[in-house]
Design a protein around this ligand. Structure first.
Ligand code: PMP
Ligand code: GLN
Length: 402
């Protein structure tokens, strides 16, 4: 058996990827996409679109390559993308940023999260408060940073936090409150009261707020309200986003962070030794995307709304309980009525591709092992697919009695 040294052990364990014999398992996305591939199932598991992004963005990337933008970009990012991120934050949210000091381009939101956690926490005495279930890289990066992960549950069927539980989780040991809004996997859009309480608690305990807003333009009954726009929040908030979801370019891995210059500098100190820089020709192309008309951004939210509703109807017809998401690509469904006694959502999802021809993700992959039982019947389905595909998946689920 391969010996895996400390940091990787911690990461794999934090992410729930270390099996009892010490083997590192693939992420749930890799596992379920591989199963979908082997069985020819419709992949409503890993969240990636099944159509290309806007032609002008794709053309801008081709042009950048043809024009020779093929060497390292500047450390903070291509100047045009830094400017476009600042303009975007101003245009949509009224946030004023200095593009030269308060914006950093990263290798997707994934690197932004990793570099931020590695930069801002230092050992087990530092706690990171995370809503649970959580996007899988959060637990892995908290573990990699050697910090302590403090989950706050989002319970079925509302999938919203209880304010008393949130208050109990944030203490003098909290260094970071990590908020994914809209939230993966639940699709929850945090309401004004929750966001205000997060800011209040961060002030009370001198914590930094880190937000992951990769689904910012997929709030179905918008508008999206970044936490950084709340009174007193901007000075202690790092806001992370990415072009992957907004422009249907998940393979390009162009993300960014914005916020106070001293926090950005701390993140750069780590980021420069992770990737240094990435995606030179894709950066100006994402800048073109960020400057698209309002019609584009309104259009993707409206389309997602149609797909969410279609998937929700299909899941209900197939016997699932459905929690209606406010945003993101995802819908969480309760498969309690469909799961064999003695098994759980993970078993159900491993069998689903071969049995029904549909792949989905068990929510148990997004929780700490101690809380697995509370989420044991929940399944995440991705609705970032064309309507015909969602219809066919719904038909298969209904026909099989799921
Ligand atoms: N955060 C969340 C909540 C996500 O769903 C994802 C994946 N799509 C990421 C971060 C990673 O984004 P990127 O592909 O830009 O690294
Ligand atoms: N963010 C995508 C999802 O939640 C998957 C990204 C990945 O495979 N790491 O489905």
């Amino acid at each position: 058996m391969l010996h895996i040294p400390g940091a990787w052990q911690r990461t794999a364990r934090g992410a729930g990827l270390l099996s009892s014999d010490g083997t590192v398992l693939p992420t749930i996305f890799a596992e379920m996409s591989a199963l979908a591939g082997q069985t020819g199932a419709i992949n409503l598991g890993q969240g990636f679109p099944d159509e290309d992004g806007p032609a002008e963005i794709l053309e801008a990337a081709r042009r950048a390559i043809a024009d020779g933008l093929n060497q390292y970009s500047p450390g903070r990012g291509h100047a045009d993308l830094l400017a476009a991120v600042a303009e975007h934050q101003q245009r949509f949210y009224g946030i004023e940023l200095d593009p030269a000091r308060e914006v950093l381009v990263t290798a997707g939101a994934t690197e932004a999260l990793a570099a931020t956690l590695l930069a801002l926490v230092d050992g087990p005495q530092d706690e990171v408060v995370v809503f649970e279930p959580f996007y899988d890289s959060y637990a892995a990066c908290v573990a990699l940073a050697g910090a302590t992960h403090v989950p706050v549950p989002l319970r079925w069927p509302d999938l919203t936090p209880d304010l008393d539980e949130l208050r109990a989780a944030v203490t003098g040991r909290t260094r970071i409150i990590l908020v994914n809004d809209p939230h993966n996997p639940t699709g929850t859009v945090f309401d004004a009261e929750v966001k205000a309480e997060i800011v209040r608690l961060a002030h009370e305990h001198d914590a930094t707020i880190v937000t992951d807003e990769v689904y910012e333009h997929l709030v179905i009954d918008g508008p999206h309200v970044p936490i950084a726009t709340l009174p007193g929040a901007a000075e202690r908030t790092l806001t992370i986003s990415s072009g992957g979801k907004t422009f249907r370019t998940t393979g390009w891995k162009v993300g960014w962070i914005s916020g106070p210059a001293d926090l950005i500098d701390a993140v750069i100190a780590v980021k420069q030794f992770l990737t240094y820089v990435n995606g030179a020709p894709f950066q100006p192309a994402i800048a073109v995307g960020l400057r698209l008309s309002d019609a584009y951004f309104d259009g993707i939210a409206a389309t997602q709304g149609v797909r969410r509703d279609l998937l929700g109807e299909g899941l209900r017809a197939a016997g699932f309980g459905v929690s209606v998401p406010g945003g993101s690509y995802f819908t969480v469904a309760d498969a309690g009525a469909l799961i064999e006694p003695g098994s759980d959502a993970a078993d159900f999802c491993r069998a689903l591709p071969a049995r029904v021809g549909v792949a989905a993700i068990p929510v148990t992959a997004f929780v700490t092992p101690a809380h697995r039982a509370e989420f044991s019947t929940l399944v995440r389905f991705a609705a970032c697919k064309q309507t015909g595909v969602i219809d066919e998946a719904s038909r298969r689920l209904a026909a099989s009695g799921a």
